[in-house]
Design a protein around this ligand. Structure first.
Ligand SMILES: C[S@@+](CC[C@H](N)C(=O)[O-])C[C@H]1O[C@@H](n2cnc3c(N)ncnc32)[C@H](O)[C@@H]1O
Length: 219
């Protein structure tokens, strides 16, 4: 039996948020501060449901080694860091001191700053500094869309078999159906590259702006 996929109306989205574990005070304040201080950029932040999902997934996977590309003011990294197993570590990459100064404050407030290392600089260069062997349990990509294929190619070999890669904004507000500008083309091209990659199996989850969840295969 097939059925029409669900259209997530604003009302249904509000309902979904209201029936998921609510953000705690730290997350609520981080969202509020980002919206107030950086109104032109606040939509870059992952949604509250994604934050909850990242924390839950990190936790159920028992993640000990994680990488994030694109940290901004820190909501996704805070969520991953909170889900890490004891002794777990998250390495974050971003180009902006301004945005990540906010992240550092909230990591400290949440008591997870000792689990996170932040590396400032273009991720295309800095990712190559990571050990080459497959040591990562989880990688999250959420930076400039033009860099997605490069970040993917740097990270797939570094994720252990059975580990996960998560990639945000892969539906790009629906523009992947008729890509026009540079970022549209970049996201659409990334989706084609990921699909053709026989090192992973993947599914696109229709959460927020679309989230690819890819599992590294053995061999
Ligand atoms: C969509 S935001 C990340 C949102 C973040 N995951 C969150 O939950 O708040 C994208 C981030 O990528 C960073 N960025 C842009 N170009 C980059 C590059 N070449 N290398 C590393 N980070 C980059 C930006 O500074 C920005 O903070």
């Amino acid at each position: 039996m097939s059925f029409e996929p669900l259209t997530l109306t604003p009302e249904l989205h509000t309902y979904l948020l209201a029936h998921s574990t609510p953000p705690d005070a730290v997350v609520a304040e981080l969202i509020a501060e980002t919206r107030a201080a950086l109104p032109g950029n606040a939509t870059m932040q992952v949604g509250p449901e994604q934050a909850a999902f990242l924390r839950l997934l990190t936790s159920v996977m028992g993640v000990r080694r994680a990488v994030e590309v694109g940290t901004f003011t820190g909501l996704s990294s805070l969520s991953i860091a909170r889900g890490l197993a004891d002794g777990g570590r998250l390495t974050c990459f971003d180009v902006s001191e301004q945005f990540t100064d906010v992240a550092r404050r909230y990591w400290k407030r949440a008591g997870v700053d000792d689990r996170i290392e932040l590396r400032i600089g273009p991720a295309a260069d800095r990712l190559a500094e990571l050990p080459a062997e497959p040591h990562l349990d989880l990688a999250f990509i959420d930076a400039d869309k033009e860099g997605y294929v490069t970040y993917w190619q740097e990270l797939v070999p570094r994720v252990r078999p059975g580990g996960l890669l998560l990639v945000d904004n892969v539906l790009w507000s629906g523009r992947v159906l008729d890509p026009q500008g540079g970022s549209d083309q970049a996201v659409a091209a990334f989706n084609d590259v990921a699909l053709a990659d026989d090192r992973v199996e993947l599914v696109i989850l229709p959460i927020a702006d679309g989230l690819t969840m890819a599992r590294k295969l053995a061999g």
